[in-house]
Design a protein around this ligand. Structure first.
Ligand code: R5P
Length: 355
């Protein structure tokens, strides 16, 4: 039996505006939604969807990720092309009126994909979509998150473009910083793949490696993985990092490490951050280094220097589609996040930020 208070709460959880969902019919599902919601309270976010009521439009390079998600999800069909002069054109072939539409695709490459996402969202909203959710496993421009006079604040700019294009909310994986969430004018929810990383640490027998943060921003990530491993999350060794025109200036390490080290960060872009961290770690006696990042951009050739700095293996997730060169590199292991997304999507229906 569901008591009155529970019913009232369930009605709030499930959303009073959606006639297709009746409360009280599935107490277990509602309980799961309750638990799911409770976990998001920590981030100041309420989030719950039902996959049966969504239409998902996926960019081609995320089709494989989409395949691992809920089979009941309806797939949207649209064509994105460019006219001879370079203008984007979008034709949506799945009726979207009154539907909750989800668009799946990372903002990579940044400029081309950002415009496609904005125009597709605008088209869906123009056609009467009830809600447009972007699921962007990798959100480019999230590192421009600091207010400095005369310099762009691109995170806020991207958020404004998406809002003006009709996007209601954005779901991403491991957003660069907490500031990003505040700079976005619409809901921005980030999921961290701590469990995936912890399982990988166990699978590759790296439990004796010291987890190290290459800069301050990586400390919460290292803590989350340590906790998922059932370890203490205090005393993570870390560096302080400063970027200037000539490169990265790094402090000596705070804390101590053993001979096996696991560096955890959000992004491997050019590799400069990790190269400078490895150089310092070798000076402190590390002899075997492993790297675990959420987003493997692998921009340019410089990151390959990591192999000469005792890096044994680089782990990254598939938020950014890998090139053939990366797929062929046997020392890089790509960890799929489809299952993680599935776990969240199966019970989630809506996002609302308690601002
Ligand atoms: C910086 O704060 C980020 O967390 C990454 O460490 C950084 O952006 C990675 O970029 P790169 O590989 O070019 O150093």
């Amino acid at each position: 039996m569901v008591n009155r208070m529970t019913k009232v709460y369930m009605r709030r959880l499930l959303g009073q505006d959606d006639a297709r969902i009746s409360f009280g019919v599935n107490v277990m599902a509602a309980r799961s939604i309750f638990l799911q919601r409770a976990s998001y309270f920590e981030q100041g976010v309420t989030m719950y969807w039902s996959v049966e009521t969504m239409i998902v439009f996926s960019f081609a390079d995320h089709e494989r990720m989409l395949d691992t998600l809920h089979p009941a999800m309806q797939r949207g069909n649209c064509e994105i092309r460019r006219f001879a002069n370079g203008e984007l054109f979008i034709s949506v072939r799945t009726p979207a009126q009154m539907e909750h539409c989800v668009v799946l695709g990372s903002v990579a490459p940044p400029d081309e994909r950002l415009l496609s996402l904005a125009l597709l969202s605008h088209t869906l909203k123009k056609d009467g979509s009830r809600k447009v959710t972007l699921f962007l496993p990798y959100l480019a421009y999230s590192r421009q998150d600091k207010e400095k006079p005369g310099e762009s604040l691109a995170t806020a700019w991207v958020g404004s473009i998406l809002q003006a294009s009709g996007v209601d909310e954005v779901l991403t994986i491991d957003v660069h910083s907490e500031s990003d969430k505040h700079l976005f004018p619409i809901s921005l929810v980030s999921i961290y793949p701590a469990e995936i990383f912890a399982n990988t640490v166990m699978k590759y027998q790296l439990t004796d490696a010291t987890i190290v943060a290459p800069d301050n921003g990586a400390i919460p990530r290292c803590k989350a993985v340590s906790e998922a491993l059932g370890r203490s999350a205090t005393g993570i060794p870390y560096f302080q990092k400063q970027r200037n025109e000539t490169g990265i200036k790094r402090s000596d390490m705070f804390g101590s490490v053993g001979s096996r080290v696991l560096i955890i960060d959000d992004i491997l872009d050019t590799g400069a951050t990790l190269i400078s961290a490895c150089e310092k770690l070798l000076q402190t006696g590390a002899t075997e280094i492993y790297i675990m990042v959420t987003h493997g951009l692998f921009t340019g050739p410089d990151w390959k220097k990591l192999w000469s700095l005792k890096v044994q293996r680089i782990f990254c997730t598939d938020t950014v589609p890998a090139t053939k060169e990366i797929l062929d590199e046997r020392r890089i292991t790509i960890l799929p996040i489809g299952q993680l997304i599935k776990e969240h999507m199966a019970l989630l229906r809506d996002i609302a930020v308690n601002r």
